[in-house]
Write a protein that binds this ligand. Structure first.
Ligand SMILES: O=C(O)CCC(=O)C(=O)O
Ligand SMILES: [Fe+2]
Length: 277
């Protein structure tokens, strides 16, 4: 998308349009953005709903931070109101090997009410060293045969991230989600944090259905591979797109500033994630 300055105060009409585009396409890429201040990114993100609050990168969330960001660069260790940083490169988190890929996932699908909108802004991204991949799950659903579409209607799967958040109960989500804005159907959040077959069918049938609904995940027709450049700002709607970090060229630094927003209360998330107020 061109001509949008995400650093400017967000206009409700523009945000509505972005939400509609996201509901159809899953991802919007803005190049050459300059949100020097964290407040600008928080203001932009807040226009989409309640923003995620700072606990994700506080010390008590080390178990989560380890996944992405530790050890942090000293300049980025401060707790800030609503942003955290993904830092990759020498001295920070790097893939264990060149071919390493993160699992496909939908952010926060292990919560009952995940915040749908994720925002990443590249403060530094060298060359072509980093990619994030996106797979359009509206189109993946459309590609299912009619028999499978009928079989998966109404099924639910368990999303579970207790290995990192022991206090957090597993939650159920529909395998096929109807997007509240577009009314279109998407395969939701698989495989991500949902490894078990749907509950309503036998394990054997469930496994065979999961194979079918994830068969199109790697389909080139539905995948966009974003190559990061400094200044990029990406917004995606986790209800209809999956993503994963692609392979990285080791030795290159990437610094992304991350925010997330949607309906729901950040305090409530804090309580549920940490099991305390
Ligand atoms: O590191 C990446 O490229 C993707 C990270 C990710 O999954 C996220 O920020 O939600
Ligand atoms: Fe993610």
């Amino acid at each position: 998308m061109r001509g949008l300055d995400a650093a400017a105060p967000p206009q409700p009409g523009v945000i509505r349009t972005l939400k509609c585009i996201l509901a159809e396409h899953g991802l919007v890429v803005l190049r050459d953005q300059q949100l020097n201040e964290e407040d600008q990114q928080i203001a932009f993100t807040s226009a989409f709903g309640d923003p995620l609050s700072p606990w994700l990168h506080s010390d008590e969330r080390n178990s989560f931070a380890r996944v992405h960001t530790l050890p942090k660069r000293p300049a980025y260790t401060g707790i800030d109101p609503g942003c955290h940083y993904l830092v990759n490169g020498p001295g920070y988190w790097e893939s264990p090997d060149d071919g390493y890929l993160q699992d496909w996932h939908s952010d926060l699908s292990y919560l009952q009410n995940p915040l749908p909108y994720s925002v990443l802004h590249a403060l530094e991204a060298a060359g072509d060293a980093y990619q994030t991949w996106y797979s359009n799950q509206l189109r993946a659903y459309d590609a299912l045969d009619e028999v499978t579409k009928r079989k998966v209607a109404g099924l639910s799967v368990r999303h579970d991230f207790r290995e990192v958040f022991p206090a957090l109960p597993a939650v159920l989500h529909p395998l096929v989600l109807t997007h509240p804005i577009s009314g279109r159907k998407a395969i939701y959040g698989l495989p991500g944090f949902a490894k078990d077959p749907p509950l309503e069918v036998t394990a054997a049938e469930g496994r065979s259905l999961l194979e079918k609904v994830t068969a199109h995940l790697e389909d080139e027709a539905f995948i966009y591979r974003h190559v990061w450049r400094t200044g990029d700002l990406l917004i995606w709607d986790n209800r209809c797109v999956l993503h994963r970090r692609g392979p990285q060229a080791r030795g290159q630094t990437r610094i992304l500033r991350r925010t997330q927003a949607g309906d729901g209360s950040a305090q409530d998330l804090r309580r549920r994630l940490l099991g305390k107020e």
